[in-house]
Design a protein around this ligand. Sequence first.
Ligand SMILES: [Zn+2]
Length: 220
Amino acid sequence: MDFINQQIYTDGSYFVLQIPKYCPQCGAVNNPITNVLNRQNVKTSDKNELIVTASHYCNACDKAHLTVQLEVSDGSYVIKVVYPETQPSSLPEEISTLSPRFVKIYGDSEAAEQRGATELAGTGYRSALEILIKDYALKYIETDKEQVAKLSLSSAIEKYFSGDSFNAAEVVRILGNDYTHWVQQYDFNLSQLKAYLDIFVGHIKMQVMLKDPIVSRRKS
Ligand SMILES: [Zn+2]
Protein backbone atom coordinates (compact mmCIF):
# COMPACT_ATOMS: atom_id res chain seq x y z
CA MET A 1 0.00 0.00 0.00
CA ASP A 2 1.31 3.45 -0.89
CA PHE A 3 1.09 6.33 1.55
CA ILE A 4 1.09 10.10 1.34
CA ASN A 5 1.40 12.72 4.06
CA GLN A 6 -1.44 14.75 5.41
CA GLN A 7 -0.95 17.66 7.75
CA ILE A 8 -3.69 18.31 10.27
CA TYR A 9 -4.10 20.75 13.12
CA THR A 10 -5.79 19.48 16.25
CA ASP A 11 -5.62 20.13 20.01
CA GLY A 12 -3.32 23.09 19.45
CA SER A 13 -0.65 21.25 17.47
CA TYR A 14 0.21 20.19 13.97
CA PHE A 15 0.49 16.55 13.05
CA VAL A 16 2.04 15.21 9.88
CA LEU A 17 0.27 11.89 9.56
CA GLN A 18 0.45 9.32 6.80
CA ILE A 19 -2.67 8.28 4.95
CA PRO A 20 -3.16 5.60 2.28
CA LYS A 21 -2.75 7.16 -1.16
CA TYR A 22 -6.05 5.63 -2.23
CA CYS A 23 -9.06 5.07 0.02
CA PRO A 24 -8.92 1.43 1.24
CA GLN A 25 -12.71 1.29 1.04
CA CYS A 26 -13.38 2.59 -2.46
CA GLY A 27 -10.05 3.17 -4.20
CA ALA A 28 -10.63 6.88 -4.79
CA VAL A 29 -7.66 9.25 -4.52
CA ASN A 30 -7.57 9.86 -0.81
CA ASN A 31 -8.24 13.24 0.76
CA PRO A 32 -10.04 12.26 3.94
CA ILE A 33 -11.17 14.24 6.97
CA THR A 34 -8.81 12.98 9.63
CA ASN A 35 -9.56 12.83 13.34
CA VAL A 36 -6.97 11.90 15.95
CA LEU A 37 -8.81 9.53 18.26
CA ASN A 38 -6.07 8.93 20.75
CA ARG A 39 -2.45 9.85 21.42
CA GLN A 40 -0.52 7.98 24.01
CA ASN A 41 2.94 6.83 25.06
CA VAL A 42 3.10 3.05 24.83
CA LYS A 43 5.95 0.79 25.89
CA THR A 44 6.29 -1.17 22.67
CA SER A 45 9.71 -2.72 23.37
CA ASP A 46 12.50 -1.43 25.58
CA LYS A 47 11.39 2.07 24.86
CA ASN A 48 8.24 4.10 25.02
CA GLU A 49 6.81 5.27 21.73
CA LEU A 50 4.19 7.84 20.99
CA ILE A 51 1.26 6.14 19.25
CA VAL A 52 -1.60 7.89 17.50
CA THR A 53 -4.81 6.26 16.37
CA ALA A 54 -6.76 8.14 13.74
CA SER A 55 -9.92 7.83 11.67
CA HIS A 56 -10.01 9.07 8.09
CA TYR A 57 -13.41 9.83 6.64
CA CYS A 58 -13.65 9.53 2.85
CA ASN A 59 -16.20 11.76 1.15
CA ALA A 60 -16.23 9.62 -1.98
CA CYS A 61 -17.63 6.50 -0.30
CA ASP A 62 -18.98 7.93 2.96
CA LYS A 63 -16.89 5.52 5.04
CA ALA A 64 -13.91 5.90 7.33
CA HIS A 65 -10.70 3.90 7.45
CA LEU A 66 -8.49 3.69 10.52
CA THR A 67 -4.76 3.87 11.12
CA VAL A 68 -2.35 3.36 13.98
CA GLN A 69 0.76 5.51 13.63
CA LEU A 70 4.08 5.88 15.38
CA GLU A 71 5.88 9.17 15.96
CA VAL A 72 9.26 9.15 14.19
CA SER A 73 10.25 12.76 14.78
CA ASP A 74 8.59 15.75 16.33
CA GLY A 75 4.99 15.69 15.11
CA SER A 76 5.69 13.31 12.19
CA TYR A 77 4.21 9.86 12.11
CA VAL A 78 4.44 6.67 10.07
CA ILE A 79 1.65 4.17 9.60
CA LYS A 80 1.99 0.82 11.31
CA VAL A 81 -1.55 -0.53 10.85
CA VAL A 82 -4.34 0.27 8.39
CA TYR A 83 -7.91 -0.99 8.60
CA PRO A 84 -9.29 -2.19 6.23
CA GLU A 85 -5.93 -3.52 5.13
CA THR A 86 -6.79 -4.07 1.48
CA GLN A 87 -6.70 -1.53 -1.27
CA PRO A 88 -9.02 -1.82 -4.25
CA SER A 89 -7.84 -0.64 -7.65
CA SER A 90 -9.67 2.27 -9.07
CA LEU A 91 -11.74 1.03 -12.03
CA PRO A 92 -12.84 3.34 -14.85
CA GLU A 93 -16.12 5.17 -14.35
CA GLU A 94 -17.48 3.70 -17.61
CA ILE A 95 -17.07 0.25 -16.05
CA SER A 96 -18.62 1.06 -12.66
CA THR A 97 -21.64 2.61 -14.40
CA LEU A 98 -22.04 -0.33 -16.78
CA SER A 99 -21.55 -3.07 -14.22
CA PRO A 100 -21.58 -2.30 -10.48
CA ARG A 101 -21.59 -6.02 -9.75
CA PHE A 102 -18.39 -6.53 -11.73
CA VAL A 103 -16.76 -3.82 -9.61
CA LYS A 104 -17.95 -5.52 -6.42
CA ILE A 105 -16.69 -8.98 -7.40
CA TYR A 106 -13.43 -7.56 -8.77
CA GLY A 107 -12.90 -5.74 -5.45
CA ASP A 108 -13.72 -8.84 -3.40
CA SER A 109 -11.31 -10.89 -5.52
CA GLU A 110 -8.60 -8.30 -5.06
CA ALA A 111 -9.15 -8.33 -1.29
CA ALA A 112 -8.76 -12.12 -1.36
CA GLU A 113 -5.61 -11.75 -3.46
CA GLN A 114 -4.10 -9.21 -1.08
CA ARG A 115 -4.70 -11.58 1.83
CA GLY A 116 -2.91 -14.36 -0.03
CA ALA A 117 -6.05 -16.32 -0.99
CA THR A 118 -4.99 -16.66 -4.63
CA GLU A 119 -7.23 -19.64 -5.43
CA LEU A 120 -10.34 -17.76 -4.36
CA ALA A 121 -9.14 -14.65 -6.14
CA GLY A 122 -8.56 -16.57 -9.39
CA THR A 123 -12.09 -17.98 -9.50
CA GLY A 124 -13.40 -14.57 -8.42
CA TYR A 125 -11.78 -12.76 -11.34
CA ARG A 126 -13.26 -15.34 -13.70
CA SER A 127 -16.75 -14.76 -12.23
CA ALA A 128 -16.22 -11.01 -12.49
CA LEU A 129 -15.38 -11.39 -16.20
CA GLU A 130 -18.64 -13.26 -16.82
CA ILE A 131 -20.70 -10.54 -15.13
CA LEU A 132 -18.96 -7.79 -17.10
CA ILE A 133 -19.44 -9.55 -20.43
CA LYS A 134 -23.13 -10.20 -19.78
CA ASP A 135 -23.85 -6.67 -18.57
CA TYR A 136 -22.06 -5.32 -21.64
CA ALA A 137 -23.90 -7.65 -24.01
CA LEU A 138 -27.29 -6.80 -22.55
CA LYS A 139 -26.67 -3.07 -22.82
CA TYR A 140 -25.10 -2.90 -26.28
CA ILE A 141 -25.71 -6.10 -28.22
CA GLU A 142 -28.63 -8.22 -27.09
CA THR A 143 -32.15 -7.13 -26.28
CA ASP A 144 -33.35 -10.39 -24.80
CA LYS A 145 -32.10 -10.89 -21.25
CA GLU A 146 -32.83 -14.63 -21.38
CA GLN A 147 -30.52 -14.99 -24.36
CA VAL A 148 -27.68 -13.49 -22.36
CA ALA A 149 -28.47 -15.30 -19.12
CA LYS A 150 -28.38 -18.79 -20.56
CA LEU A 151 -24.97 -18.50 -22.22
CA SER A 152 -21.96 -20.11 -20.61
CA LEU A 153 -18.97 -17.83 -20.26
CA SER A 154 -17.25 -19.69 -23.06
CA SER A 155 -20.21 -19.23 -25.44
CA ALA A 156 -20.64 -15.59 -24.47
CA ILE A 157 -17.01 -14.81 -25.27
CA GLU A 158 -17.32 -16.60 -28.60
CA LYS A 159 -20.59 -14.89 -29.47
CA TYR A 160 -19.74 -11.31 -28.58
CA PHE A 161 -15.98 -10.93 -29.06
CA SER A 162 -13.30 -11.57 -31.64
CA GLY A 163 -9.65 -10.80 -32.22
CA ASP A 164 -7.64 -9.30 -29.37
CA SER A 165 -10.54 -8.86 -26.95
CA PHE A 166 -11.54 -12.50 -27.55
CA ASN A 167 -7.97 -13.58 -26.75
CA ALA A 168 -7.81 -11.53 -23.55
CA ALA A 169 -11.15 -12.87 -22.28
CA GLU A 170 -10.15 -16.44 -23.15
CA VAL A 171 -6.95 -16.23 -21.10
CA VAL A 172 -8.94 -15.11 -18.04
CA ARG A 173 -11.57 -17.80 -18.59
CA ILE A 174 -9.11 -20.66 -19.10
CA LEU A 175 -6.78 -19.70 -16.25
CA GLY A 176 -9.74 -18.88 -13.97
CA ASN A 177 -11.20 -22.31 -14.67
CA ASP A 178 -7.88 -23.88 -13.83
CA TYR A 179 -8.28 -22.75 -10.21
CA THR A 180 -11.44 -24.83 -9.97
CA HIS A 181 -9.80 -28.02 -11.27
CA TRP A 182 -8.49 -30.68 -8.96
CA VAL A 183 -5.49 -31.17 -11.21
CA GLN A 184 -4.24 -27.87 -12.52
CA GLN A 185 -3.15 -27.89 -16.13
CA TYR A 186 -1.27 -24.63 -16.44
CA ASP A 187 1.72 -23.11 -14.74
CA PHE A 188 0.98 -19.44 -14.23
CA ASN A 189 0.52 -16.88 -11.51
CA LEU A 190 -2.44 -14.78 -10.62
CA SER A 191 -0.87 -11.51 -11.73
CA GLN A 192 -0.77 -12.86 -15.30
CA LEU A 193 -4.49 -13.66 -15.23
CA LYS A 194 -5.20 -10.24 -13.78
CA ALA A 195 -3.12 -8.49 -16.43
CA TYR A 196 -5.31 -10.02 -19.16
CA LEU A 197 -8.46 -9.12 -17.26
CA ASP A 198 -7.22 -5.52 -17.05
CA ILE A 199 -6.63 -5.52 -20.82
CA PHE A 200 -10.18 -6.74 -21.34
CA VAL A 201 -11.57 -4.10 -18.97
CA GLY A 202 -9.70 -1.46 -21.00
CA HIS A 203 -11.31 -2.80 -24.16
CA ILE A 204 -14.80 -2.60 -22.66
CA LYS A 205 -14.12 0.93 -21.44
CA MET A 206 -13.11 1.92 -24.97
CA GLN A 207 -16.23 0.30 -26.45
CA VAL A 208 -18.49 2.13 -24.00
CA MET A 209 -16.80 5.46 -24.80
CA LEU A 210 -17.25 4.91 -28.54
CA LYS A 211 -20.81 3.62 -28.38
CA ASP A 212 -21.91 6.45 -26.09
CA PRO A 213 -19.73 9.38 -27.22
CA ILE A 214 -19.90 12.46 -25.02
CA VAL A 215 -20.66 14.61 -28.09
CA SER A 216 -21.55 13.82 -31.68
CA ARG A 217 -22.47 15.57 -34.92
CA ARG A 218 -25.98 17.00 -34.89
CA LYS A 219 -28.32 15.34 -37.32
CA SER A 220 -29.86 17.88 -39.69
ZN1 LIG B 1 -13.57 5.94 -0.02
